[in-house]
Design a protein around this ligand. Structure first.
Ligand code: FES
Ligand SMILES: [Fe+2]
Length: 430
């Protein structure tokens, strides 16, 4: 209490200074679509209101360039020479994000390569999004490469067969009077939630076992979209949700100040060692019927020269839903509440497309969620450097953190495997 009082006078000034630095940083790192000539008078509105966007290519982050080699060359060499380890099945059962809803207008068709499949996603004139195999069962044309939407069907660009989105049945063959029953294309269960189109994947092709939770504040537009980041991770998907349960790495990898960057050779630089992030995490699996979910409550605090700045304390509840979705709800004493929605979609066995979208209270200036997004981005890119270069360990060397309160309970063997079983519902361990 005493320390809070002593900081109460200084904190508004410090906060203003921090916000100003955040604002400059956010604008530099997430340039908004503003004409550079008008930056002078147009700087403030974008900082306050315009959403942020950042997209990293697969070879842009998480590799150490070797002398004389480009990032791309280094990344390819690391991928070729890496020992991948004894990998589990490649795609766990669950819901996976395909794309944002607004990117698929009525009558729109998109081609997507995910989960080792080639998919065509289209929005019928009934407004529903449908997901079907991309390759036409007739002669193999790609429906998403020139196909058109007709009602709730997609028409193949080669001979004009029309397939219904809800069940894949062929409804019309332009040159045949009768359509045989066996003329069908494979459909994939899909849904739309939180402004995203998702597809259900199951190794046995069974129907969805659970549904994607809708975040009430997004649906009611109490929280509004404030930006997103996109990354590619060269690792098995399991590494990413497992990282959330690995509280032991938080202090070590994510403790150094975000200003020290993402290159792990320099994150412990002496320049920034006076600032430290501190994390307290408690991870729990959820009981039935949410066996596919887990929750981690994280308390973040910051110290400068060893002094705790209470106004920067943030409480984060990270709810993992299946192997590929995380709902991170932020709560701050006076900067309000918001959600960072993480999705992981396997593009190839060892290539994951990761998207973070941030939604925040409408009445909070966009610079605040932009800063949170950037801070998360820096911390996430530190993880990427680990994932891109590591080996998958099917039997990791685990140690018990010891009584009285194991700080990292998730790393006990039994719980780790329980975690994997909960989240990565593979056929082999179901
Ligand atoms: S290949 Fe699609 S209709 Fe012939
Ligand atoms: Fe991490």
């Amino acid at each position: 209490m005493g320390s809070w009082c002593s900081w109460s006078l200084a904190s508004p000034l410090l906060l203003l200074l921090l916000l100003f630095l955040c604002a400059i940083g956010a604008q530099l790192l997430f340039p908004s679509p503003v004409d550079p000539e008008r930056w002078g008078r147009a700087l403030l509105p974008p900082l306050l209101f315009v959403a942020a966007g950042l997209r990293r290519s697969p070879e842009q982050v998480g590799y150490l360039p070797e002398p004389g080699w480009s990032y791309r060359q280094t990344a390819r060499r690391v991928r070729r020479s890496r020992r991948t380890g004894d990998l589990p099945p490649l795609y766990p059962n669950g819901w996976y994000r395909l794309l944002d809803s607004h990117l698929l207008p009525w009558g729109g068709v998109r081609s997507l390569a995910v989960l080792g499949e080639q998919l065509a996603v289209f929005r019928g004139l009934d407004g529903r999004a449908y997901v079907v195999d991309a390759y036409c069962p007739h002669l193999g044309a790609n429906l998403a490469a020139g196909g058109h939407v007709v009602g709730d069907c997609i028409e193949c660009p080669f001979h004009g067969w029309q397939f219904r989105g809800k069940d894949g049945k062929c409804m019309r063959i332009p040159y045949a009077e009768k359509v045989p029953d066996f003329a069908k294309i494979k459909t994939w269960p899909s849904c739309e939630a939180n402004g995203q189109i998702l597809v259900w994947y199951h190794c046995d092709g069974t129907e969805p076992a659970w549904s994607v939770p809708e975040q009430e504040e997004i649906a009611s537009q109490e929280w509004v979209y404030r930006g997103h980041t996109e990354h590619y991770v060269n690792a098995h998907i399991e590494e990413i949700p497992e990282n959330a349960a690995d509280a032991a790495h938080l202090a070590f990898l994510h403790g150094p100040a975000i200003m020290s960057g993402v290159d792990l050779r320099f994150t412990n630089s002496r320049l920034w060692e006076f600032v430290k992030h501190h994390w307290k995490a408690n991870w729990q699996p959820e009981p039935e019927p949410s066996r596919h979910c887990s929750q981690m409550v994280v308390e973040h605090s910051l110290t400068v020269f060893g002094r705790h700045l209470p106004f920067l304390d943030v409480m984060v509840t990270a709810r993992q839903v299946g192997p590929a979705l995380v709902f991170l709800v932020f709560e701050h004493a006076f900067l309000g509440r918001g959600l960072l929605l993480q999705s992981v979609t396997p593009v190839e066995p060892l290539l994951q497309h990761v998207v973070h979208r941030i939604y925040y209270q409408r009445n909070v200036p966009a610079v605040i969620p932009k800063f949170i997004l950037k801070a998360e981005c820096i911390q996430f890119e530190r993880d990427i450097m680990i994932w891109n270069n590591k080996q998958y360990m099917s039997k990791p060397l685990l140690v018990y953190a010891g009584p009285p309160a194991p700080q990292f309970p998730s790393m006990k063997t039994s719980q780790r495997w329980r975690f994997i079983k909960i989240l990565c519902c593979y056929k082999s361990i179901n």
